[in-house]
Design a protein around this ligand. Structure first.
Ligand code: NDP
Length: 449
């Protein structure tokens, strides 16, 4: 690999060798290490103490069988994962993903990314991630419940409000968190609200948690625009996905005066030049759990569906990838640049490939990495834990105000840190370095752990 100082290069080589076949994990480690050159030059103690090498090795990795019975009476076997990556700053914290593509390399990339994201929030949360290769699509509520109960029957022993606190991610929303929490409570005989976040409002959830990642990403972009004396007003925006993050990103963009002209799911994308109708998207994706193509049937008019994954061919000024990892590669990045895109912010985790990020940087497109831009979700989870611990519950307006302040602080921390390390305006460097230093300093203080 080019571009890494010798010491970091050796660490990367070791990660690649010891975690063979885990391409996404390699990519996420490489992405962080490429920012740390100036840090280790200024602070050789991070290398001498092996804190970087230690950061790349999870504290604990759990892989387990998840047997369950489907509605036809057939036994199904899935594989469950929890990677407890780093607890220097607080209990392991990070979502669970249910998707057929889940394997150890994806969970490790997400867990690694989560360490720095959680650190950047300034809150007392470590990094972890988990999930299963279970596909909830087309499964009945009862099947999803039985699956969640079986998963928790193993996972519960590793969790706890001071130990490891999961939340949702792809394929895991409030329904799944409910089934997981119900089983945890049943097995442990404890109403331990702080053990999971993303809970329903009537049983320990926080206002704004559902909206937090999407809203937070848009608040972050709003800070970018403000720094350029600009606003969302009248901007054309493309958002990929139509799940939790995408829906609430669209909601906030519309509130701030932007026009979202396209969004997608894994079957294709819809284009609606008048601006997508969010009520219809919510009806199709949240209520019916159907395909995005149904949007066009309900909306009519000039809205149309394209059976292709490349929503990035639709011209826009701001692009928010909110679906999944590596959804924008070099070709898609070039198309966005050619069509006049000026700001890209990652609502999803690692949706832009290294090539894409390189093209954006070379073309002067402002690029906000996920570990900064989408940190609003986990930050609001930490607010949920705070409310659970104090048996309190805040209003929507109060919680949203806190979220906006947190996103502003993360934005400013990225810029100040990028300046301090000689890379003004570079959000990737700012996020990686600021996230790294807080967790690395905590690890040094805690001795050899
Ligand atoms: P959801 O399951 O709610 O939605 C995911 C969306 O992305 C769906 O529209 C889905 O389409 C689409 N999608 C998933 N996989 C693919 C794929 N391989 N190709 C094309 N489209 C795909 O998940 P979330 O909205 O919660 O998560 C989206 C992203 O945001 C993930 O990267 C997640 O890690 C990240 N994130 C989520 C947070 C949260 O609080 N939920 C916090 C921080 C980051 P379909 O319906 O067809 O599957």
């Amino acid at each position: 690999m080019n571009g890494l100082p010798d010491k970091l290069h050796d660490i990367y080589e070791e990660v690649a060798r010891r975690n063979a076949g885990e391409a996404e994990f390699h990519q996420s480690v490489y992405e962080v290490l490429t920012s740390l050159g100036p840090v280790v030059q200024k602070h050789p103690e991070y290398v001498d103490s092996e804190v970087i090498r230690r950061l790349c090795e999870p504290e604990r990795q759990i892989i387990f069988r998840v047997p369950w019975v489907d509605d036809r009476g057939t036994v199904q076997i899935n594989r469950g994962f929890r990677v407890e990556f780093n607890s220097a700053l607080g209990p392991f914290k990070g979502g669970l993903r249910f998707h057929p593509s889940v394997y150890l390399g994806i969970v490790k990339f997400l867990g690694f990314e989560q360490i720095f994201k959680n650190s950047l929030t300034g809150m007392p949360i470590g990094g972890g991630k988990g999930g299963a290769d279970f596909d909830p699509k087309g499964r009945s509520d009862n099947e999803v419940m039985r699956f969640c109960q079986s998963l928790m029957t193993e996972l519960y022993r590793h969790l706890g409000e001071y130990t490891d606190v999961p939340a949702g991610d792809i394929g895991v929303g409030q329904r799944e968190i409910g089934y997981l929490f119900g089983q945890y409570k049943r097995i442990t005989n404890r109403y331990e609200s702080g053990v999971l976040t993303g809970k329903g409002m009537t049983w320990g959830g926080s206002q704004v948690r559902t909206e937090a990642t999407g809203y937070g990403t848009v608040f972050f972009v709003n800070e970018i625009l403000k720094a350029k004396n600009d606003t969302f007003e009248g901007k054309r925006v493309v958002v990929s996905g139509s799940g939790n993050v995408a829906i609430y990103a669209i909601e906030k963009i519309q509130e701030l005066g932007g026009t979202v002209v396209a969004c997608s799911d894994s079957s294709g994308f819809v284009v609606d030049e008048k601006g997508v109708d969010l009520d219809i998207i919510k009806e199709v994706k949240e209520v019916r759990r159907a395909r995005i193509a149904d949007y066009v049937d309900i909306r009519g008019g000039a809205a149309h569906f394209v059976e292709d994954r490349n929503v990035w061919s639709v011209p826009c000024e701001i692009a928010l990838p909110c679906a999944t990892q590596n959804e924008i590669n070099g070709d898609e990045a070039r198309a966005l640049i050619t069509n006049g895109c000026r700001v890209v912010a990652e609502g999803a985790n690692m949706p832009c490939s290294p090539d894409a990020v390189k093209y954006f940087t070379e073309a002067g497109v402002t690029f906000a990495p996920g570990k900064a831009a989408n940190a609003g979700g986990v930050a609001t989870s930490a607010l949920e834990m705070q409310q659970n611990a104090s048996r309190d519950s805040w209003t929507f307006a109060d919680t949203e105000m806190r979220l906006e302040q947190i996103m502003r602080r993360i934005h400013n921390r990225c810029l100040v840190t990028a300046d301090e390390y000689g890379q003004p305006g570079n959000y990737v460097a700012g996020a990686n370095i600021a996230g790294f230093i807080r967790v690395a300093d905590a690890m040094l203080s805690l001795g050899l752990v």
